[in-house]
Design a protein around this ligand. Structure first.
Ligand SMILES: C[S@@+](CC[C@H](N)C(=O)[O-])C[C@H]1O[C@@H](n2cnc3c(N)ncnc32)[C@H](O)[C@@H]1O
Length: 308
C-alpha cells in the first residue's frame, strides 16, 4: 500500500517534517535573539561609534596597523616668513603681551607678598653643554621649551653677556603650572585659588638676576606656543627642549621645535640618561633622529642634534 494514498501521515516523514519545523523555529528564535542583542548592544556604542570591546581590540591592534603611522609622523614643517632677529622681542611683546612688557609695573600688588626675592631651582641647568653650544652657535634667538623658575634661561642670559652676544633673546615657553604634585617639593611656591605663582616668581627671578632684557616668557602650553611661533616666523638658532618628559610630550615638543630651528641651528635637551628617561625622552629623541636621519650626540646629561 502506498503511503501517500492512505490518508494517514507516514510517521517517519511526519517526524522529519516536525524536525524541520523545530529547526526553523530554533533559527527564528536565534535570529530574534541575535537581533535583540544587537539592538541592546547598540545602546553601549560609544561616541566614536564603536562598542567598548571593539575599541579595546582596535587599540590592541593599532601598533601593528602601519597605515596609521604617517599621521603620527606628520608635523608642520613649513613656517612663516622669518622675522629678523632684531625684531623678535618686539614681535613677541606685540603678539603675546598686547604691546606691553610683562616686566612693567612688576610685581602687581596681589602677587608681591607671595614672592621670594629670588627662588631659582633647576636640574642640570648650568651644565657645560650650554656654554659649549652658545660658543659654537652664537645664537641671536634661543627658544627654551620648559623653563620652570628660569634657572637654565638665566644661566644662558649670563653666558650671552659674558660671550658678548648683544641682543640675544631667550624665549621661555612654559605654561608656568609645573606638574601635578610639584608643590610637594616646592611648598614655598605659593598658590592662590588653585593658581601657582610660577610665572610671577620666574619674572621676579629674571629681574633679580638682571636678565629681563634677554629673557621673555611665552606663557602657554608648548604645542600651542610652538605652533604660533612657527606661524609668526619666529625661529631659534638654539632650541632647548625640557618640558614634559613622557614620550608623547617629548615627541611632540621635539618635532614641533624642529620646525622652527633655523638651518645650521642646534636642538638639544636634558634627561637622556636615566632608566626613567628611556621610557620618555630618550625614546622620543632616538626615534626622531632615526626618522630624520640625524645623529644624536651626547654632552653630560644632555642630548644634542645639529640641523643638517
Ligand atoms: C624640568 S622643568 C624645566 C627646567 C628648566 N629647563 C631648568 O633647567 O631650569 C619642566 C617645565 O616644563 C613645563 N611644562 C611641562 N609640560 C609642559 C607643556 N606641555 N607646556 C608648557 N610647559 C610645560 C613645566 O611647567 C615645568 O616648568
Amino acid at each position: 500500500m502506498k503511503e501517500e494514498n492512505s490518508g494517514r501521515k507516514n510517521p517517519v516523514s511526519y517526524f522529519s517534517a516536525s524536525k524541520n519545523y523545530t529547526r526553523v523555529s530554533v533559527c527564528i528564535v536565534l535570529l530574534s535573539a541575535g537581533y535583540a542583542l544587537g539592538f541592546f548592544s547598540a545602546s553601549t556604542i560609544n561616541r566614536a561609534g564603536e562598542s567598548p570591546a571593539t575599541v579595546e581590540k582596535l587599540s590592541d591592534a593599532a601598533p601593528a596597523n602601519t597605515e596609521h603611522f604617517p599621521d603620527l609622523l606628520r608635523f608642520r614643517s613649513r613656517c612663516g616668513e622669518p622675522v629678523p632677529s632684531k625684531l623678535v622681542r618686539r614681535t613677541i611683546l606685540d603678539r603675546v603681551f598686547n604691546g606691553t612688557s610683562p616686566y612693567e609695573n612688576f610685581p602687581p600688588a596681589h602677587a608681591a607678598p607671595l614672592l621670594r626675592r629670588k627662588r631659582i631651582k633647576g636640574w642640570g641647568s648650568t651644565g657645560a653643554v650650554f656654554e659649549t653650544l652658545m660658543r659654537r652657535v652664537r645664537p641671536r634667538t634661543i627658544i627654551e621649551v620648559g623653563t620652570f623658575l628660569g634657572a637654565s634661561a638665566i644661566h644662558m642670559a649670563s653666558l650671552a653677556r659674558s660671550l658678548g652676544l648683544r641682543g640675544t633673546q631667550i624665549l621661555c615657553v612654559d605654561d608656568f603650572r609645573g606638574w601635578p604634585g610639584f608643590r610637594d617639593k616646592f611648598r614655598d611656591i605659593k598658590m592662590v585659588n588653585g593658581d601657582v605663582v610660577l610665572l610671577h616668581q620666574f619674572i621676579q627671578n629674571a629681574a633679580a638676576m638682571n636678565a629681563t632684557e634677554a629673557v621673555l616668557p611665552v606663557p602657554f602650553a608648548s604645542s600651542a606656543a610652538l605652533g604660533k611661533l612657527c606661524e609668526w616666523g619666529i625661529y631659534g638658532d638654539l632650541i632647548e627642549v625640557d618640558a614634559g618628559h613622557d614620550f608623547h610630550s617629548a615627541w611632540s615638543d621635539i618635532n614641533m621645535a624642529y620646525a622652527i630651528l633655523r638651518p645650521g641651528g642646534v636642538i638639544f635637551g636634558h634627561d637622556y640618561f636615566t632608566a626613567a628617561d628611556d621610557r620618555g625622552v630618550r625614546r622620543a629623541v632616538n626615534l626622531f633622529a632615526r626618522v630624520k636621519g640625524l645623529r644624536v650626540q651626547l654632552d653630560g646629561q644632555h642630548w644634542v642634534i645639529d640641523s643638517p
